[in-house]
Design a protein around this ligand. Structure first.
Ligand SMILES: [Fe+2]
Length: 309
């Protein structure tokens, strides 16, 4: 999400949202795929933390607040992390300097070292890339530098764990979010290679199909193509995760479940604006992270944990 258009009436807002929400409003929010609602119990094979839109930055004590979230996440006994992009606050604007980009990634790497015992599988967010480099040959320009900072095998990739196939997409293309031609071909091939009835989890930055995006924008612009592709693989149990919008929602289409899991940074670690329901929230969504339980039969329980930091 592009925060530049989202700041209005700062003075009014400070008056309106003095308090962080507490009590019941901070209770975990559980969302389940249809299979997970069935009475038949399946074996849980993985537990994953989905963090997204961390937007790490030196201001607002963000690094310490992130560390507090991490300590909470570790208590959930997860197997690994999926990181949904916008890992740093912003590198993408025209005025961003080399020093500023370096500073943000340095903070991320320092924090990453504090949970190095976990694998983190990341995708690229729209704010992670530095396009204002002096030229395209600059080592810090664009996607390859961000990929290097995140330590991923590429801008899109897939891997397998415990009978689940994970696909990590790069939504940051023309008419974002979207998949470029090269990535479409790769994704089609990757899905084709899977055995019938495989369990598949797909991570993207922009929601492939959302509900909150009707209100706030930010949806993939090629949802028709992607959902058609999923329909061609309707034997498989596909669940999609996203961020970008900083809002929490779930959508179901052709039995594919799409969970958009808010933002770890809430309102970019800032207090909020006049649309924030409470301090630190983006509109009606508190800052938070999701813990996902993945089962042998392809069902998923996605629990969103608001955090008070
Ligand atoms: Fe974001």
């Amino acid at each position: 999400m592009n925060r530049k258009n989202k700041l209005f009436g700062r003075r009014t807002l400070i008056k309106r949202i003095g308090m962080v929400a507490g009590g019941a409003m901070m209770s975990p929010i559980v969302m389940k795929t249809s299979l997970a609602n069935s009475k038949k119990k399946s074996k849980k094979v993985l537990s994953i933390a989905h963090i997204t839109d961390v937007h790490i930055r030196p201001e607002h004590d963000a690094p310490n607040r992130f560390s507090k979230c991490l300590a909470d996440i570790k208590r959930h006994k997860i197997d690994f992390f999926l990181n949904g992009g916008d890992t740093i606050y912003a590198a993408d604007y025209d005025h961003i300097t080399r020093e500023r980009v370096t500073e943000q990634w340095k903070i991320w790497k320092k924090l990453r070292a504090t949970f190095s015992e976990y694998e983190v599988h990341s995708c690229l967010g729209n704010h992670d890339m530095w396009w204002a480099a002096p030229n395209k040959e600059d080592a810090m320009y664009g996607k390859s530098f961000a990929v290097k900072q995140l330590g991923t095998p590429g801008r899109y990739y897939s891997f397998d764990k415990e009978g689940w196939h994970f696909i990590i997409l790069d939504s940051n293309n023309k008419n974002a979010g979207s998949l470029d031609a090269e990535q479409r071909e790769w994704l089609e091939g990757d899905l084709d290679k899977l055995p019938q009835e495989s369990n598949v989890m797909i991570l993207s930055h922009y929601p492939i199909l959302g509900v909150c995006t009707i209100i706030d924008g930010g949806n993939h612009t090629d949802s028709a193509y992607i959902s058609n592709l999923f329909y061609a693989h309707k034997d498989k149990k596909i669940t999609c995760l996203s961020g970008h919008v900083h809002l929490l929602d779930q959508a179901v289409y052709n039995d594919v479940h799409y969970f958009c899991n808010g933002a770890m940074s809430g309102f970019w670690w800032e207090d909020g604006n006049e649309k924030s329901a409470f301090k630190y929230w983006y509109r009606e969504t508190p800052p938070g992270y999701a813990i996902l339980d993945l089962f042998e039969d392809g069902s998923v329980i996605n629990t969103y944990y608001p955090h008070p930091y």
